[in-house]
Write a protein that binds this ligand. Structure first.
Ligand SMILES: Cc1ncc(COP(=O)(O)O)c(C=O)c1O
Length: 394
């Protein structure tokens, strides 16, 4: 495989494309704002002072580097050597904070007066409200009504952190509806800065969120070499919009012998309306500002998704994942609710680690594919399961 294609050419990077996917498909009112953001981000990501400041907060506030923990009992159970990348140990309990710290520094640099964000599982909402509190900025979090009901702990945390919490009743009351509400507010309020929570949306978000989350992959690559003296045979992550997965994968894309696996929110199985397995069942189209895969009907209209995991319950997916699927650099698999619940229990009992229900999808895929393979593997544990324990999943 030509790894140059995986990294994109300079020109595709600049315009925000991953192969044919990505781009900036937005109303004219938003274009100048996003072009400015793109210009500023291009400068900042090459600015040593900015990168140093970002890493200062990752280190001192988030608690990075997160450990890469060997999971002895899970390894024995599966018959492979499994490590867990412990994003669940980050401040606020998920990978989302890596990105919100990065983007709030960009917002500060651009003189933004107000931070806004959408949230599905509530982890990105909590991470954004946290960063806004720390930097003393006004903050609004948009969340779908259904998600607010199934992730009540995070609604409480967001309010406690001083952010304004806005629920939306539109659509199915899930992540896509929260994105629509936040985008509308962003267009109408020129002084706001929209911290998107995943590698989705128009350029420059997929590249910018990737940049801030790539710390997961950079650390994991170094840690596995230190601990095992070699690269893993395979790596695993769950995919909603795809940010924790891109974060991990980015560290290994050029290592052709490292197999890359992603678990989508399969819901009740591969039936339209009952699943969120976008890359297995979706169509190539423009959705929420980017060209990628999206769950749609035969007329190309986006359709509702379903997954037990609010963070995976989204009809779109980041454009880089669409690209990685097409060039066959990563494999995307459907993990059902029941399989995820089994792994939620399994990891709790075997390792004393309660994973987020989103992360449990990655664990389930690894358990399935690694059985008696004697492989060396990393699973990205994108978050902890506190938010899911009162949902009576078991
Ligand atoms: C713990 C956790 N993992 C994974 C995800 C999915 O997001 P992404 O695919 O952007 O990593 C979420 C989203 O809320 C989450 O809270």
């Amino acid at each position: 495989m030509n790894t140059n294609t995986l990294n994109n050419t300079e020109s595709t990077k600049k315009t925000g494309y991953f192969g044919i996917y990505g781009g900036m498909f937005v109303p004219p009112a938003l274009e100048p704002k996003l072009n400015k953001l793109s210009e500023v981000f291009e400068q900042l990501k090459n600015n040593l002072h900015f990168v140093k400041e970002f890493h200062y907060y990752l280190n001192q506030y988030v608690g990075r580097p997160s450990p890469l923990s060997f999971a002895p009992r899970l390894s024995e159970y599966v018959g492979s050597r499994i490590y867990l990348k412990r994003e669940d140990l980050n401040h606020t309990g998920a990978h989302k904070i890596n990105n919100t710290i990065g983007q709030i520094l960009v917002a500060k640099f651009m003189g933004a007066k107000e931070i806004i964000a959408e949230t599905g599982a509530g982890q990105h909402g909590v991470a954004t409200a946290t960063a806004a509190a720390m930097f003393g900025m006004k903050c609004k979090i948009f969340m779908g009504q259904k998600d607010a009901e199934r992730q009540q702990l995070n609604e409480y945390r967001i309010k406690l952190l001083g952010a304004e919490f806005i629920t939306t009743n539109r659509g199915t009351g899930t992540l896509k509806d929260a994105v629509d509400a936040a985008l509308e507010y962003f267009i109408e309020n020129p002084d706001s800065f929209y911290i998107i929570g995943s590698v989705v949306g128009p350029h420059p978000y997929p590249s910018m969120v990737r940049f801030f989350q790539s710390v997961i992959g950079t650390e994991s690559r170094k840690q596995i070499i230190e601990q095992e003296g070699k690269l893993p045979d395979s790596i695993f992550a769950c995919v909603g919009g795809g940010s924790n997965a891109i974060g991990l994968f980015s560290g290994f894309l050029e290592d052709e012998n490292v197999k890359i696996f992603a678990a989508e929110g399969g819901g009740e199985g591969l039936y339209p309306g009952r699943t969120a397995a976008t890359l297995e069942m979706g169509k190539q189209m423009v959705y929420q500002g980017t060209y990628s895969y999206c769950m749609a009907d035969e007329n190309g209209n986006p359709i509702d998704t379903y997954s037990i995991a609010a963070g995976l319950d989204y009809p779109g997916v980041g454009p880089e994942h669409a690209f990685l699927k097409d060039v066959k650099r990563a494999e995307y698999h459907c993990i059902t609710d029941n399989e995820a619940i089994e792994s939620f229990k399994l990891l709790s009992v075997l390792e004393g680690i309660i994973p987020a229900i989103e992360s449990s999808h990655a664990v389930a895929l690894a358990v399935k594919l690694l059985k008696n393979k004697n492989a060396l593997s990393i699973i990205n544990l994108s978050g902890r399961g506190d938010k899911d324990v009162d949902r009576k999943l078991i």
